[in-house]
Design a protein. Structure first.
Length: 344
């Protein structure tokens, strides 16, 4: 075999040593196409022989890991995702792992490219917040045996590890609270279609109505598409009804921003003119006037559990997939119309 051309070997050097094309070396290094086992073995041997292991990707081929995990998440979809990332990074660092973050923009096509990019970096596993309306990326990861944990948006499947909040009972509790204050026309602004979180919170709303002896009316639910603009438009839709709701359940904080803006534009006082409760709790929830009654997700614990599940999957690929549901906490403030709330 010819010797490497320089003290810092390149993929061309690897190709010559292994007796293959540079394209084949690229496919082995980046995992972009299946390569015959004997050919892959020759490339790996050449990598090891030349000392090309100084590169993180090549080193991972020889040692079997990069001590890194990829996180594919939409940073704009929900204000709390930034807090979630902090928890993930802390837990990963404590286990000796680095985190590679990629923004999916909550779009299926972007998510697909993002995941493939992270895989090309030879991460040891992936944390994924699935985009709405497309499960093909998850199915591909499962089929390829890529260690994966779905975070926040738990899917209706049992072949992948998942961690998220409980949505149904907690949204039912928010709805029941408004009913206990005497409201009989309780509306809801629901999240983006295709998300299990949206479906579960809407189901929880209906459950809360039923437990309070109230009838579910389709026109009392407006989709806010999990966005600020959607939340504002959904509130306008509900207020335009011949008999608009007297109180409102909002399915996440992003839409709550839109509700606050639209209410202010119309001169409506939240809590007095329109009592509101919201699923999610961000740092400004108790700073607005009035402070928001919320169902706060255990964000730090979701991040910690997600990393722990992923590391367990990396260490034991054959373990049974696990779904973890964590209970949110009701934070009772004033937007529900109860007046000043003083903690005990």
């Amino acid at each position: 075999m010819p010797p490497p051309r320089s003290s810092r070997p390149t993929q061309r050097d690897i190709a010559e040593l292994a007796g293959v094309s540079i394209t084949t070396v690229s496919h082995v290094v980046n995992g972009t196409r299946a390569v015959a086992e004997d050919t892959k073995a020759a490339v790996l041997k050449a990598i090891e022989t030349t000392g090309y292991t100084g590169d993180a990707i090549a080193r991972s081929l020889v040692t079997g890991g990069t001590r890194s995990i990829g996180v594919a998440i939409s940073l704009l979809a929900n204000p709390y995702f930034a807090v979630l990332m902090q928890a993930i990074e802390r837990e990963a660092a404590s286990a000796g792992y680095t985190v590679l973050l990629a923004d999916t923009h909550d779009a299926a096509d972007t998510e697909r490219e993002t995941v493939r990019t992270l895989r090309s970096r030879r991460v040891d596993g992936l944390l994924l917040t699935p985009s709405p309306g497309d499960s093909s990326v998850i199915s591909e990861l499962v089929a390829l045996d890529v260690p994966t944990v779905l975070v926040d948006r738990v899917a209706t499947r049992g072949d992948v590890d998942q961690v998220g909040s409980e949505n149904i009972q907690s949204t039912s509790a928010l709805t029941a609270h408004l009913a206990s204050l005497g409201h009989r026309r309780i509306g809801m602004i629901s999240g983006a279609p295709g998300l299990t979180t949206s479906e579960e919170r809407t189901l929880g709303y209906r459950l809360g109505l039923g437990r309070a002896g109230l009838t579910w009316l389709a026109e009392m639910v407006a989709c806010g598409h999990s966005s600020r603009e959607g939340g504002a438009l959904a509130l306008s839709t509900l207020l335009a009804l011949p008999e608009p709701p007297t109180a409102l359940v909002v399915a996440n904080d992003a839409m709550m921003v839109g509700v606050l803006r639209e209410a202010r534009k119309r001169g409506l006082k939240i809590g007095r003119d329109l009592p509101v409760v919201v699923y999610d709790d961000v740092e400004w929830s108790d700073l607005v006037d009035p402070p928001l009654t919320t169902m706060a997700q255990p964000i730090d614990e979701i991040g910690r559990q997600a990393v722990r599940l992923l590391l367990a999957r990396i260490a034991e690929p054959g373990r049974k997939p696990e779904t973890v549901r964590l209970a949110p906490e009701l934070r009772h403030r004033e937007s529900c119309g109860c007046g000043p709330v003083h903690p005990h």
